[in-house]
Design a protein around this ligand. Structure first.
Ligand SMILES: NC(=O)c1ccc[n+]([C@@H]2O[C@H](COP(=O)([O-])OP(=O)(O)OC[C@H]3O[C@@H](n4cnc5c(N)ncnc54)[C@H](O)[C@@H]3O)[C@@H](O)[C@H]2O)c1
Length: 444
């Protein structure tokens, strides 16, 4: 099938490459010239496992190409996927200016039947607006072209995005006509062959499904963070409680890890956007409001813990920060808890040595101008002469570090673990002071 993808970010690039991988003829379009020039040469602008391999392979096979010309993209694909960003607007709602820009451009350039599929995460009713905008543009130039609109929310997880795309747990589409369902069913057939459900619904329910999914996951995290905080008060170990409840099939083990709060390009903005949608419709979503409040509080509580350990004075203290990306296996730092934590520590007069296996480049941009930080060459380099190590993102290489080597490098053997990565007994045996989340601390 001929496919066009508009917006070549984490979602667009992975989607385009994965559609090409099963034999489709894909053109990816973006307004970012620099990004497109790099991609044409096979240079991948983001870190995502296995992505480089399939992008390069499909460029070579002639099934994947890149352009900055919208006309070329609209002419090419029977199906046009809108994958542009929908960032948070000032009032918490989703900013739809990029989606609407694309809709306008499609309307200006469409000459034959097209199926326009919105993959970006958008509030309920957006597909209708996209449709009206395209119709408006067609009318302006007196073009009598038919088209269909569909919603197809994306559920990929950064870090395992290629795998999620090639083997989705489910595909959700929202359509107005059976003819669109049939074409999308055919497009997705290679990915759902092993039995993943292909769920067809109306457009509004499909748009809502994405927000409900992210809100549910964010709720589980905030719930567990609250459990962790209660565990600390009563002397229980939240990791034991987690295992205890996760084995209940009604609850399940996933997304129960307590930590420093969720971040990333989706959960915070999507929960806020759903709150806004709900309020606009005269309904106060109190659970979601608390999910965000608990999350904001969780980051602050972690910094307060560090501050409390040093009796409220962080001036002149040095910390190694292990992990900056909002989660492992990505370089994405959008709304990463590390940003809050590093800024809060340095604001209190501390110095931070930062290290992340993949997000150093992104971090340099984010912390530009902060003179109280340094970028380390590797995780051990970050530990030189520090008062403590602060673990923020649970990269695999941090899980079994060389504890002896750590102790020789650090000024004091102290770990603040925002992801509960280490065993309490090992910490005690190795002589570390260990402060984590929802578990009794190991104090020397
Ligand atoms: N990143 C994720 O893990 C993820 C997962 C599921 C859903 N989503 C949703 O998918 C959408 C895209 O997210 P992302 O993380 O890929 O965003 P991104 O910021 O990585 O990429 C968006 C791309 O769109 C391009 N763009 C903006 N306006 C454009 C225009 N008018 N024409 C052409 N290109 C344009 C930008 O230059 C950028 O390259 C968002 O709505 C997001 O909420 C993201």
């Amino acid at each position: 099938m001929r496919i066009s993808v508009i917006g070549v970010g984490y979602v667009g690039l992975v989607t385009g490459a994965c559609f090409a991988e099963t034999g489709n003829d894909v053109i990816c379009m973006d307004i970012d010239r620099d990004k497109i020039e790099k991609l044409k040469k096979g240079v991948i602008p983001i870190y995502e496992p296995h992505l480089e391999e399939i992008v390069k392979n499909n460029i070579k096979e002639g099934r994947l190409s890149f352009t900055t010309e919208i006309k070329k993209a609209v002419d090419h694909g029977l199906i046009i996927f809108i994958c542009v960003n929908t960032p948070q607007d000032e009032d918490g709602s989703a900013d739809l200016k990029y989606v609407m820009e694309v809709a306008e451009n499609i309307g200006k350039n469409m000459d034959k039947y097209r199926i326009v599929v919105v993959k970006s995460t958008v509030p309920v009713g957006t597909c209708e607006k996209v449709k009206e905008t395209i119709e408006g543009e067609l009318k302006k130039r007196g073009a009598e072209v038919t088209f269909d609109i569909a919603s197809n929310p994306e559920f990929l997880k950064e870090g395992v995005a290629v795998d999620d795309c090639m083997k989705p747990e489910r595909v959700v589409i929202g359509v107005e006509h059976e003819r669109v369902e049939e074409i999308l069913r055919e497009l997705y057939a290679p990915y759902t062959r092993t039995g993943a459900p292909f769920i067809v619904m109306d457009v509004r329910s499909s748009e809502m499904t994405k927000y409900a999914a992210n809100s549910m996951l964010a709720t589980r995290i905030s719930f567990m963070n609250q459990m962790a905080n209660i565990c600390e008060k009563v002397g229980a170990d939240v990791m034991m409680v987690m295992r205890g409840i996760g084995s209940d099939s009604r609850i399940g083990p996933k997304f129960l890890f307590p930590g420093v709060g969720f971040g990333g390009s989706c959960f915070p903005k999507d929960v806020r956007a759903l709150i806004k949608t709900s309020m606009t419709n005269n309904y106060r979503p109190s659970i979601l409001e608390m999910v965000m409040e608990v999350n904001d509080e969780q980051k602050k509580t972690f910094v307060d813990k560090i501050k409390g350990f040093y009796k409220g004075d962080l001036k002149g203290r040095r910390f190694a920060i292990w992990g900056l990306a909002f989660k492992p296996n990505t370089d994405d730092m959008r709304e990463a808890p590390s940003i809050y934590i590093v800024n809060a520590l340095t604001k209190e007069g501390a110095f931070c040595n930062l290290f992340d296996p993949k997000a150093m480049g992104v971090a340099r941009g984010i912390f530009k101008g902060n003179s109280s930080i340094a970028f380390a060459k590797n995780q051990y380099d970050a530990l030189k002469d520090v008062d403590a190590m602060v673990l923020v993102t649970e990269w695999l290489s941090f899980r079994e570090p060389d504890y002896e080597r750590m102790k020789t490098l650090m000024k004091a053997p102290v770990i603040f673990d925002g992801r509960n990565q280490y065993n309490l007994r090992t910490m005690a045996k190795m002589g570390f002071t260990y402060i984590c989340i929802g578990r009794p601390p190991v104090l020397k």
